[in-house]
Design a protein around this ligand. Structure first.
Ligand code: TZP
Ligand code: MG
Length: 232
């Protein structure tokens, strides 16, 4: 949780959750340029996801990323690496099903660090709930070029079932996988047409990162997300 000037505890705004991928940048755009433009477009949280970097490089990128997210007052979440998260004083860590268990990550990280976990089934959501995750990443919703999927996409219907498993809990939920400005309205409408099972946000990689205009890409997605909040 973000501590503000008057010791208020602010809730994290998950609505437009950017997951980075330096492999997807368009030619002639640097990672930091792209990230800064996405931040200017209204991304509300950034997850640094590095699949090829060694520890030294991951740390260097994490430090640069943290400086930029701090400049825009946006929380930074580190994928997989709780040591890197601790090293840069990140807001949180995002774990996969085969990463460090949440209970152990919780012990190793400073108190208050947000922990999220990827879930692909109702059973995994149930376990995430029991293990005290702060948020879940639900997906992949649709097929994606960004990650080699080991399990079938869950679809909008599968997503709705997983959201239902979160009923009555404080756990936040974001969807991930194939989400674009062209299908976001359909996703939001189909998965959370009733307010009890509503997504807190959407996690997006390529629609923002591979764009030559990440500012507009982010702004489009955010406008669609915000419009769906006022419609329902
Ligand atoms: N986990 C499930 S799908 C995915 C991850 C990291 C990649 C999503 O990327 P994109 O480009 O938004 O489809
Ligand atoms: Mg992982």
């Amino acid at each position: 949780k973000v501590t503000c000037g008057f010791s208020l505890i602010m809730n994290l705004n998950y609505s437009l959750y950017l997951v980075t991928d330096r492999r997807l940048l368009p030619p002639h755009k640097t990672y930091l340029e792209s990230l800064e433009q996405a931040l200017q477009g209204g991304v509300t949280v950034v997850q640094l996801r590095e699949k090829d970097a060694d520890t030294a490089e991951f740390l260097r990128i994490a430090q640069e990323t943290k400086a930029l997210t701090d400049k825009y007052n946006i929380p930074l979440i580190i994928n997989d690496r709780i040591d890197i998260a601790a090293a840069v004083n990140a807001y949180g860590v995002h774990l996969g099903q085969t990463d460090m268990p949440i209970a152990i990550a919780r012990r190793l990280l400073p108190s208050g660090t947000i922990i999220g976990i990827s879930c692909n089934s109702v059973e995994e959501v149930r376990q995430a709930r029991e293990s005290g995750a702060d948020y879940v990443g639900l997906g992949a919703v649709w097929d994606t070029q960004t990650k080699k999927l080991t399990k079938s996409p869950i679809g909008v219907r599968g997503l709705g079932l997983m959201l239902r498993e979160l009923d009555g809990s404080a756990i936040k939920a974001v969807a991930i996988g194939g989400i674009k400005s062209t299908n976001l309205a359909r996703l939001l409408h189909g998965s959370s047409s009733d307010t009890n099972h509503r997504l807190d946000g959407v996690a997006v990689v390529s629609d923002i990162v591979s764009s030559s205009n990440p500012l507009l890409a982010a702004r489009n997605l955010k406008d669609i997300f915000n419009a769906s909040l006022t419609l329902n």
